[in-house]
Design a protein around this ligand. Sequence first.
Ligand code: ZN
Length: 148
Amino acid sequence: MLSYPPGTFVAIAIATHGLVGLALGAVLFDRPLAGLIAGLAPDGDFLFPDLFGWPLVHRGVTHAAVALLAVVLLAAALRDRRTAAAVGVGYGSHFLIDITTPMGIPLFYPLVSERLHLDVAVTGHAPWVTVLFWLCGLSALGYWYVRR
Ligand SMILES: [Zn+2]
């Protein structure tokens, strides 16, 4: 079985979330930066100090629908609707990838604290799935760039 070298998994996973958000933000809304930042944002929870505890941990509240709603409302208040849509899709794309991993995400926190895992037979961070995300993301960005 193909696996990542030690220490590179998190960096590759975060880069994949960023690329997917970037591509979706660019192609769907012409807002690549908003998509990039939103695709990365949920994993900002890696910066939470350990002393915070649940739900301010990795795959805690930043991976809940309530956080997605909050960032979309904030983006809508601060910017235009296309930016808010890019933020929503970028942030949501992060959820779709993470929910397929064995760890899952607490999608319905604070109503339900357990993490939800969607079993689709392969994890969203499997090496071949990551390669597929990168090929599709880079292709979509190339299409967006040429079309502009
Ligand atoms: Zn995540």
